[in-house]
Design a protein around this ligand. Structure first.
Ligand SMILES: *Cc1c(COP(=O)(O)O)cnc(C)c1O
Length: 395
């Protein structure tokens, strides 16, 4: 289903629409990589833990990668039988170790201190590893560079190299890339890992190469396949990857309706029925999401504004071939990852309805209700007296 057909058929707004064909194409690209390199693939559910996405991914992946106990439970529930759930987090809590040991098959500890404190308690139920900081990344923005100075993420690679005993360490985990469209960072990182750790890698069972690559969109897969095969043939190590954005990024769209249009200091402002709170990275990283209707040479620029009270709740200025009108729909494309999961109901603006577009049809799979908003913010279970009467209001 193409975007204009989706827009025309959409019964409600704002809407978060998952394009099932795009999702399956991404999963098939990962399946092909598995076939050619024997890598194992985990879906990093933090990018979009929607049950439908987990179910679609399940036949194509070897398990899930998670960042917390809640995600670990969700991942286990999505797998019909106990399966591969790999966790890494800087925030491992002593009171959750027992529960995590029943939910996770692999845990990569973020520091040597945590490894020493918690790994012995896991026994052999869980395969223990260490997240390492390879002190090298392809990222030049410290806000999301795991290898930034004074990083909180992973054991510095030189500390691991000088560690006398690797006893109890079954694997290593690294993640130092984001949305990469080539494998340069990966090959450079693995070169550095080999240079620093050399034959000690033979003591490992697995190495998790993290996420951060848009696998399906990379033309030359050779460097990846060679790297994964080399880890196996030279060191006997099984490689894993844990993509998030490569699974759902280009498969999700945020569709919104123009509520108002006016001039402000000589520029056109169009207020939408969504806000940056439905895609907080627009504000966090000052990103400007791709807009399906934008025409780079169009003569009608407009600032697309969110509907909340925040003056800076703006998606940015886009150009259009024709003036935007009240009631028009606009589509922020390729926002499947890290948008809905970070979305909130600031100002009481509801979360978007969720649709799956598949085979020419649109299925509404979730609508958030007023009751969910009220439950989130009510401190006791007693409903106010008038809540029952208000229940009749359905929008
Ligand atoms: C976020 C994250 C991923 C997934 O990253 P993508 O960029 O979405 O592929 C994988 N592993 C770790 C440790 C992460 O923090």
């Amino acid at each position: 289903m193409n975007l204009s057909a989706i827009k025309a058929a959409l019964p409600s707004s704002p809407a978060f629409v998952i394009d099932r064909d795009a999702l399956l194409a991404n999963l098939r690209a990962l399946e092909a990589l598995k076939k050619h390199s024997d890598v194992r693939v985990l879906y990093s559910i933090k990018s979009l833990p929607l049950s439908r996405v987990l179910q679609e991914a399940k036949p194509y992946v070897d398990g899930f990668s998670v960042s917390s106990l809640f995600e670990a439970r969700l991942a286990q529930e999505a797998l019909s039988k106990p399966g591969s759930v790999h966790l890494t987090t800087p925030g491992l809590r002593p009171d959750q170790i027992d529960a995590l040991s029943t939910q996770c098959s692999h845990i990569s500890f973020n520091s040597l201190g945590q490894f020493r404190r918690f790994a012995p308690a896991l026994g052999d139920k869980v395969s223990s590893g260490l997240r390492i900081n390879p002190k090298l990344s392809g990222l030049n923005d410290v806000r999301f560079d795991p290898c930034r100075p004074h990083s909180k993420l992973g054991v510095p690679i030189e500390d691991l190299a000088s560690l006398e005993s690797w006893q109890g360490i079954a694997g290593l985990h690294l993640h130092n890339s984001f949305a990469a469209t080539g494998y340069t960072t990966l090959t450079e990182t693995l070169q550095k890992v080999e240079d620093c750790l050399s034959d000690r890698l033979k003591q490992l069972e697995w190495i998790n190469l993290g996420g951060g690559y848009l696998y399906g969109g990379i033309a030359d897969q050779r460097p990846f396949i060679d790297a994964v095969r080399r880890l196996r043939s030279r060191y006997g190590v099984q490689a894993y990857i844990e993509p998030g954005k490569a699974v759902v990024g280009n498969a999700g769209h945020l569709i919104s309706t123009v509520l108002d249009v006016f001039e402000s200091d000589g520029k056109t402002v169009a207020v939408l029925d969504t806000s940056v709170n439905h895609h907080p990275e627009v504000f966090e990283y000052q990103r400007r999401p791709d807009l399906a209707e934008a025409a780079p040479d169009g003569s009608y620029p407009a600032i697309l504004a969110g509907c909340t009270c925040l003056a800076g709740d703006l998606f940015g200025e886009y150009r259009f071939a024709a003036p935007l009108a009240i009631g028009d729909k606009v589509v922020f494309k390729h926002v499947g990852a890290y948008s809905l999961i970070k979305a909130n109901r600031f100002n009481g603006c509801n979360l978007p309805d969720i649709y799956i577009a598949a085979g020419g049809g649109l299925e509404c799979v979730k609508q958030f209700s007023y009751e969910e908003f009220r439950n989130q913010w009510s401190c006791d279970r007693d409903l106010p007296e008038n809540a029952k009467e208000n229940a009749a209001i359905t929008v």
